[in-house]
Design a protein around this ligand. Structure first.
Ligand SMILES: *[C@@H]1O[C@H](CO)[C@@H](O)[C@H](O)[C@H]1NC(C)=O
Ligand SMILES: *[C@@H]1O[C@H](CO)[C@@H](O)[C@H](O)[C@H]1NC(C)=O
Ligand SMILES: *[C@@H]1O[C@H](CO)[C@@H](O)[C@H](O)[C@H]1NC(C)=O
Ligand SMILES: *[C@@H]1O[C@H](CO)[C@@H](O)[C@H](O)[C@H]1NC(C)=O
Ligand SMILES: *[C@@H]1O[C@H](CO)[C@@H](O)[C@H](O)[C@H]1NC(C)=O
Ligand SMILES: *[C@@H]1O[C@H](CO)[C@@H](O)[C@H](O)[C@H]1NC(C)=O
Ligand SMILES: *[C@@H]1O[C@H](CO)[C@@H](O)[C@H](O)[C@H]1NC(C)=O
Ligand SMILES: *[C@@H]1O[C@H](CO)[C@@H](O)[C@H](O)[C@H]1NC(C)=O
Ligand SMILES: *[C@@H]1O[C@H](CO)[C@@H](O)[C@H](O)[C@H]1NC(C)=O
Ligand SMILES: *[C@@H]1O[C@H](CO)[C@@H](O)[C@H](O)[C@H]1NC(C)=O
Ligand SMILES: *[C@@H]1O[C@H](CO)[C@@H](O)[C@H](O)[C@H]1NC(C)=O
Ligand SMILES: *[C@@H]1O[C@H](CO)[C@@H](O)[C@H](O)[C@H]1NC(C)=O
Length: 725
């Protein structure tokens, strides 16, 4: 009897709970419950907007107070549907600029937004730049700081949003859109679909504070510079120095979602044309007749208030080992290649480049540079013995006098520190940028720069810029504008220039193969990124990244350098190296097998082409006589060294008098916040409905109480049973 009532009691409790938990609240929770595993969608790849710090405060995104942020999904078009709490807005990429501008200006709306998810599946915006309309205007050499060089600039690269943001993958975007519609259809009642962000950012206050507290690392990377021909004696104590003509190219960019930036039109197209130009000059094999010294530098971090050029100029001031031989007192001509991807006009089969120079008596005379570029453009495209009559398709024009001065460029930094030098910026625009995606995630070379990857169309602009640069530099170095004609687009020993340009586009601008392209694979082994879906990528990212430490010892050591500087180092080392001499001198290091660890080459040799190992000749590099060196880029307010027993970054005032002497704006000291491992992370799932949650709680409590009662009864019964027997 007792036993029967015990069993009955247990059964009824179980049935009740199953019934209650199984009640379909009409919001789909029951269905979801069974599929729980499949319905949680996670994103752990580096597609989040993260928090950067400057000396004046934060920039970017975070989950406030390092907490989890969970809120229902709503499509941007359904924001009007009333809901009392915060929501996560799913916004098509084309509308992201409008939405973010609205959020920055409307604090009421901002207070109701828990996060933003960008959906890239419905096409890209017609134009979108995260830089300001006048990027880093305070670095200009003139007073008009409101001139709209970058007409599409939204200025988000200097804003703090305070909520988390993600750029979704296409599959995640479809999922988020579906779930947001579900929420809207049900007016946010019942089992809502939510996004949960884990975007905890450790850095607090400003970058001075977080560097001191070690909760952030400096934004920074390595640039690469070289000389053509190789400097005979970088200390100039056996040879007399020659004046230097320096070619400058930027090598990276910025975006709200850092890891997704490619910098195709912003920096990489100009960088590629500089590499091709140097290759043309090296293979022309005429450097013996140069009366000037040519040098080249690829600068990282220029999107971060000219961090790369400022650091380079400061290192030159210190005569540091990174820039040995590259003396500022010798540099009297600077030619910068800026944005050039939009120069090609398919309607006329010509590329038009604009020559920008800084007006004013204070600044160096640029006539020689402009004349060299003009003659270079006019020279016929080919110069074979049989036919030299093919007209040039390159056009150059002096930029309009209606602008306040030179556009945002590294040249601004050079002229600030040495105003007497002659500076020229070569670009595809006249009075305002043509690139609609300057410093943004959409600047990947596949859109308006005219299908860059469709082999001919805009690679044409890169090829034409290369020839223009090579000829300009060649005639400047020789000191005769007629020398232009000796640099031709006919065969080089490596590739034709066109094939080389396209090879470099594949290596530096594509997601795949990226730096696993044949050209790079012969020179280096890139670090590979592994994504959560199992895919691998050696794509070149255009965010400089952070400097965890500073490799100070040897400026020619490729060890632990990021992919892009390592590729540039090896490529430039290869093309600018002095050809091995034939002396059959076995004690010479020239051409000796090397690696960055065991078999190091002594200076001035650099180990070029090392891929793996220290024994297998196939993977080892060769010691080559080249000036090519790495040069770091990081804030001039930082120093890396031993503090107590630890090597770390610290804030220093060592550069203060140098900065004051050239009236640099206060250094922003860009740094990136630390965050815990396994974050940032985004999860999308369906919450249990409020009513279901209450029922679950009540049933849970009931179940616990009843189970306790039943067990107690059972125990009593058992005891009694014992007593009976
Ligand atoms: C700056 O340049 C713009 C465009 O040319 C012009 O409209 C504006 O008046 C200038 N501002 C100053 C302060 O000169
Ligand atoms: C490296 O090349 C330069 C320039 O040709 C030359 O002057 C120098 O002697 C070479 N150095 C060595 C160690 O061979
Ligand atoms: C030449 O330069 C080297 C540094 O490379 C230096 O150690 C040496 O003292 C210099 N020699 C003279 C004569 O100045
Ligand atoms: C470069 O020119 C020199 C003469 O100036 C010649 O001896 C050498 O063979 C040339 N090298 C190549 C690769 O053509
Ligand atoms: C660097 O070298 C230049 C020229 O050789 C010299 O004038 C200057 O004093 C040096 N600076 C330092 C910090 O050594
Ligand atoms: C441009 O080049 C293309 C392909 O070579 C040719 O078909 C077209 O007629 C050219 N257009 C002009 C205006 O020369
Ligand atoms: C600039 O240099 C050229 C020669 O290269 C000369 O003719 C011209 O007068 C110079 N301009 C000024 C302003 O000095
Ligand atoms: C020289 O080039 C012109 C224009 O490209 C072409 O029409 C002509 O046939 C060429 N002549 C020879 C001999 O190749
Ligand atoms: C072009 O190169 C040839 C052969 O190297 C040389 O003779 C000629 O002087 C050069 N032309 C100019 C203008 O430098
Ligand atoms: C280019 O043409 C000029 C003049 O016709 C000639 O002197 C020079 O040798 C040519 N250069 C090459 C590389 O063919
Ligand atoms: C380029 O090289 C190939 C093979 O070496 C040759 O057949 C062709 O004529 C060359 N083209 C020019 C423009 O020199
Ligand atoms: C250089 O060495 C190669 C073989 O290694 C030989 O064929 C060539 O004649 C040598 N050249 C000189 C200038 O000694």
């Amino acid at each position: 009897m007792l036993r029967r009532s015990f069993i009955l009691c247990f059964l009824s409790v179980t049935t009740l709970s199953v019934l209650c938990l199984g009640i379909d609240d009409g919001q789909g929770w029951k269905k979801v419950k069974g599929l729980k595993g499949a319905m949680y969608v996670e994103l752990t790849d580096n597609r989040a907007c993260v928090k950067l710090m400057t000396s004046s405060g934060p920039q970017g995104c975070e989950a406030p107070n390092e907490e989890l942020v969970t809120a229902p999904l709503v499509h941007r078009k359904d924001l009007w549907i009333p809901y009392k709490g915060k929501r996560v807005v799913v916004v098509p990429a084309a509308e992201v600029s409008t939405l973010l501008s609205l959020l920055l200006s409307d604090s009421e709306l901002h207070s109701r937004v828990a996060g933003v998810l960008v959906d890239p599946t419905a096409g890209r915006p017609a134009h979108y730049s995260t830089a300001a309309k006048f990027p880093s205007a305070e670095y200009a050499l003139y007073d008009n700081r409101s001139y709209p060089w970058n007409p599409f600039g939204a200025g988000f690269n200097r804003q703090f949003f305070g909520f988390p943001m993600y750029m979704l993958t296409s599959s995640m975007a479809n999922e988020a859109a579906r779930r947001a519609s579900y929420n809207a259809d049900n007016e946010f009642k019942g089992g809502r679909h939510v996004a949960r962000f884990e975007v905890p950012m450790s850095a607090k206050g400003n970058s001075v504070q977080c560097i001191t507290e070690q909760t952030c690392l400096p934004v920074g990377s390595y640039g690469v510079w070289t000389a053509l021909p190789a400097l005979p004696d970088p200390s100039y104590n056996t040879t007399s120095p020659r004046p230097i003509t320096l070619l400058v190219a930027q090598m990276d960019s910025n975006a709200l979602f850092h890891e997704l930036s490619r910098g195709a039109g912003t920096s990489v197209s100009g960088l590629i044309s500089a590499l091709v130009a140097l290759t043309l000059l090296a293979t022309a094999n005429d450097t013996a007749s140069y009366s000037r010294q040519l040098a080249f530098v690829a600068l990282p971090g220029e999107a971060f208030d000219y961090m790369g050029s400022k650091r380079l100029l400061y290192e030159m001031n210190l005569n540091s080992t990174f820039v040995q031989g590259l003396r500022l007192d010798l540099i009297d001509q600077v030619v910068e290649v800026g944005q050039i991807g939009a120069a090609w006009n398919p309607a006329t089969n010509t590329s038009t480049f604009y020559l920008h120079t800084q007006k004013g008596d204070k600044y160096g005379n640029t006539t020689a540079l402009v004349e060299a570029a003009t003659a270079a453009a006019a020279a016929p495209s080919t110069n074979t013995s049989s036919n030299s009559s093919e007209p040039s398709r390159i056009r150059v024009q002096q930029a309009s006098p209606d602008t306040p001065g030179i556009p945002p460029s590294s040249l601004m930094a050079f002229l600030r520190v040495k105003s007497s030098l002659s500076g020229l910026l070569v670009a595809d625009f006249d009075t305002a940028f043509k690139n609609p995606y300057y410093q943004s995630e959409f600047d990947d070379g596949t859109n308006t720069i005219g299908a860059m990857l469709e082999v001919c169309v805009c690679a044409a602009a890169i090829v034409d810029a290369s020839l223009l640069l090579a000829r300009t530099l060649h005639s400047l170095a020789i000191g005769n504008t007629a020398a232009s004609t000796n640099i031709t687009t006919s065969n080089t020993t490596l590739f034709t220039d066109r094939a080389l340009a396209i090879n470099l586009v594949y290596c530096l601008m594509t997601q795949s193969p990226g730096l696993q392209c044949p050209l790079a694979s012969e020179l280096m082994t890139p670090d590979i990124m592994l994504f959560s879906d199992g895919s691998l990528s050696a794509a070149v990212g255009a965010y400089p990244g952070v400097l965890g430490w500073l490799a100070a010892a040897n400026p020619k050591d490729p060890y632990l350098k990021p992919n892009l500087p390592r590729f540039l180092f090896n490529y430039l080392g290869l093309i600018t190296a002095v050809p091995p001499s034939n002396t059959s001198n076995t004690s010479s290091w020239d051409g000796a097998l090397c690696d960055p660890g065991v078999n190091r080459c002594p200076l001035p040799y650099a180990c070029i082409g090392w891929r793996y190992g220290s024994k297998d000749p196939a993977g080892m590099g060769r010691c080559r006589n080249t000036t090519t060196s790495f040069v770091p880029a990081y804030s001039t307010r930082l120093s890396y060294g031993k503090v107590g027993q630890w090597w770390r970054w610290s804030v220093s005032s060592a550069s203060a008098s140098w900065e004051a002497a050239y009236q640099w704006p206060p250094d922003p000291l860009w740094a990136e916040s630390n965050w815990p491992e396994k974050t940032p992370k985004l999860t999308i799932f369906q919450e249990e409905a409020d009513t279901t949650q209450v029922i679950t709680l009540v049933v849970g409590l009931l179940l616990t109480a009843t189970t306790a009662a039943v067990s107690w009864t059972g125990v009593k019964m058992f005891e009694r049973h014992l007593k009976i027997h």
